[in-house]
Write a protein that binds this ligand. Structure first.
Ligand code: PEP
Ligand code: MN
Length: 264
């Protein structure tokens, strides 16, 4: 179902007033790593919206390396995200980590995010295949393109055709970046599949100084959107301090992105 052999034309998703895929202009998905407070979400949403971003992200359930790290605000965070997105006329995207939470996350979010660590969680994939909400499917930490497409197939075969593929870097021997952004995957998945593909530069690079050049490169190879994390005070953020942009950095990032458009 994910293959171009089954469906030759690009899938274009309509999520509220946002359209993604095909010949639509690239979308900007931005927001903090984790939802921390109403003020933090509100300030961030205002800026993202001002600069043309239609989708607000923010994690209420965080997949943390350490069980002692901040795990997210849970349902309180979902409610905050919904409220702030509505206030600014935006779509709200947030991660669902557990099959038991799919229903409540689908109640508050416009887009369900499947994180890299859960790309291979087939029960979760089946569960989000059964809901009528768009799903952003991150590529697994060491997933091949074929495995990633099969993960999407789980969702489509459950009856949910609204899937966005998200390349977020894969694990390699390289240590100077958190992950290695695989731009060939963007070009190749777009050839093999009709689904939209976006690039998460934040988790790929793991460092601020590479976000803009990587995003520009992603658009040049045909990405349908860019995902980036922005926080009012990255230094004191509850997660991903090293790679979230501050507001000035985000302004510069968006200004730099406008210089290049998606290649077709
Ligand atoms: C995230 O986007 O919040 C996240 C945890 O990313 P990933 O699953 O790609 O590591
Ligand atoms: Mn993050």
């Amino acid at each position: 179902l994910v293959s171009r052999k089954q469906k030759s034309e690009d899938t274009v998703l309509t999520i509220g007033d946002v359209r993604i895929g095909g010949s639509e202009a690239p979308v900007l998905i931005a927001g903090p790593c984790a939802i921390e407070s109403e003020g933090q979400m509100d300030q961030t949403a205002a800026l993202v919206k001002e600069l043309g971003g239609g989708i607000l992200r923010g994690g209420a359930y965080k997949p943390r390396t350490s069980p002692y790290g901040f795990q997210g605000m849970g349902v309180d965070g979902l409610q905050l995200g919904r409220k702030v997105a509505d206030r600014h006329g935006m779509q709200f995207m947030t991660e669902v980590m557990d099959t038991r939470d799919v229903e409540v996350v689908a109640q508050y979010a416009d887009i369900l995010q499947i994180g890299a660590r859960n790309m291979h969680n087939f029960s979760l994939l089946r569960e989000v295949g059964a809901v009528r909400r768009p799903v952003l499917l991150k590529r697994g930490l060491s997933a091949t393109m074929e495995e990633w497409l099969y993960a999407a197939e789980y969702i489509l075969s459950g009856g949910n055709e609204n899937v966005i593929m998200c390349e977020r870097g894969i694990r390699t021997f390289e240590k100077w970046t958190r992950n290695t952004l695989d731009l060939s995957a963007v070009a190749l998945i777009k050839q093999e599949s009709h689904l939209p593909v976006v690039v998460d530069v934040t988790h790929a690079a793991g460092r601020r100084d590479l976000l803009l050049p990587l995003a520009r490169a992603a658009l040049a190879v045909g990405a349908d959107g860019i995902h980036v994390e922005v926080h009012p005070q990255p230094a004191t953020a509850m997660s991903d301090n090293e790679q979230q942009l501050d507001f000035e950095g985000f302004r510069q990032f968006v200004a730099g992105l406008n210089l290049i458009s998606k290649q077709r």
